[in-house]
Design a protein around this ligand. Structure first.
Ligand code: PMP
Length: 395
């Protein structure tokens, strides 16, 4: 299966030459994915749980096929994939599902979780919530690139540590964590390793079996699939991961996540995963070249610009930059022709500074002078040349 040559609407320059460079926030649905989803909105509308007729069988077989496609893309077995409503849901489920399982067996058993200070908010805030339930949580510091250091992790282990959860590819700064190395430590210590691989799948090689990962969250809309669909991978042996169900009801998803399946979205997720798997080596190389092109041109055009995150151990499509003394908030009105993301967001009247940027040592002032540029399947070199011009003019 080839990458679609047809460019999804909206990423094209028809929209007043607007340039979308926010693929880490979300990606457009690949036209092939859209095509694969369509019949399940129309003639194949059946409920996969309807075991007694053809409408049900057709829907069920679409889900089975998608599960195999998604599993294959990450080196898992079909039976190890549970479809969810996205990575936020998968991340939350891991924490609450594990606590519930442990407490069901022994309500007084102490529980300790380890994570880092640069996780996605769906881990950060869920960890905050589990602390209120009496779970001890350590938010480990990271090095200046945003990586967890193995020695720091080793020192944090306690006899009652039940889970470590680390982001694989950081969504803001693109840094890649040494997940295979962390997995070896987790195995040695007999502690579950969960990774939030939402920004890793489709961008870098991911093989859960080979790399020894126990639980992994990921999402369809970051890999050119539909929004509101994701998965949780759970290892089936050595060790068999055991967490309690997320939602109780009709028993769908092996009783772990009840509710009628979103068949069109799941079918689309399957095709999106298959396209990513087939194109990974080429896409990875193309993204790296384009990203390097953008970075070298930005450096030449904007003196004083700095790169955040690891210089080489980073996702091929991501650049996170700071221009000290120039708040990006002021830039946004001048960047109307570009879709980018800033290192701070204005919440309800208050400025929210990126915990990832401050976590790697930037001051809150510097974090406010930062931008994330993330490239994707339809990014071209011409667009990047224009983007550099726009940024140069705006900064
Ligand atoms: N984790 C990471 C690293 C992400 O980038 C995102 C999306 N911003 C999520 C989790 C949440 O994914 P979803 O939108 O599928 O809930």
């Amino acid at each position: 299966m080839e990458t679609s040559s047809e460019r999804p609407m909206g990423t094209s320059q028809q929209q007043d030459k607007a340039i979308y460079l926010d693929y880490n926030a979300t990606t457009p649905v690949d036209p092939q994915v859209f095509q694969a989803m369509e019949p399940y909105f129309k003639e194949h509308f059946g409920n996969p749980a309807s075991a007694g007729h053809r409408w049900g069988w057709v829907a069920e077989s679409a889900v089975t096929k998608a599960r195999a496609q998604v599993a294959s893309a990450i080196g898992a077995k079909s039976s190890e994939i549970t479809f969810t409503g996205g990575a936020t849901e998968s991340n939350n489920w891991v924490l609450f599902g594990l606590i519930s399982k442990i407490r069901e067996e022994n309500p007084y058993e102490p529980i300790h979780f380890i994570t880092s200070c640069v996780e996605h908010s769906s881990i950060m805030k869920a960890m905050g919530a589990v602390q209120k339930m009496g779970v001890e949580v350590d938010f480990l510091p990271v090095n200046r690139y945003g990586q967890v250091e193995i020695e720091t992790l080793r020192k944090a282990l306690k006899p009652h540590t039940k889970l470590m959860s680390f982001i694989w590819v950081n969504n803001e700064i693109g840094t890649i964590n040494p997940i295979p190395e962390i997995a070896r430590l987790a195995k040695e210590a007999k502690i579950y390793l969960h990774t939030d691989a939402t920004q890793a799948v489709g961008k870098i090689p991911v093989d859960v079996t080979e790399m020894g990962i126990d639980l992994m969250s990921f999402s369809a809309h970051k890999i050119y699939g539909p929004k509101g669909t994701g998965a949780l991978y759970m290892r089936s042996k050595d060790p068999k991961v055991q967490i309690n169900p997320l939602i109780y009801g009709g028993g769908q998803e092996r009783g772990l996540r009840s509710g009628t399946l979103n068949v069109p979205a799941i079918a689309g997720f399957g095709v999106a995963a298959e396209i990513c798997q087939k194109n990974l080596p080429l896409e990875n190389q193309r993204m790296t070249e384009l990203r390097n092109f953008l970075w070298s041109h930005l450096q030449a055009a904007i003196p004083g610009i700095r790169l955040n995150g690891h210089p080489t151990e980073r996702a091929p499509n991501n650049l996170n930059i700071t221009l000290p003394g120039h708040k990006t908030e002021m830039l946004i009105p001048r960047l109307q022709k570009m879709g980018v993301s800033t290192g701070s967001a204005c919440g309800t009247g208050a400025m929210v500074i990126s915990h990832v940027l401050t976590g790697i040592g930037l001051t809150s002032e510097e974090a406010q002078c930062s931008l994330r540029l993330s490239l994707g399947r339809w990014t071209t070199q011409e667009e990047l040349t224009q983007a550099v011009e726009i940024l140069k003019g705006a900064w």
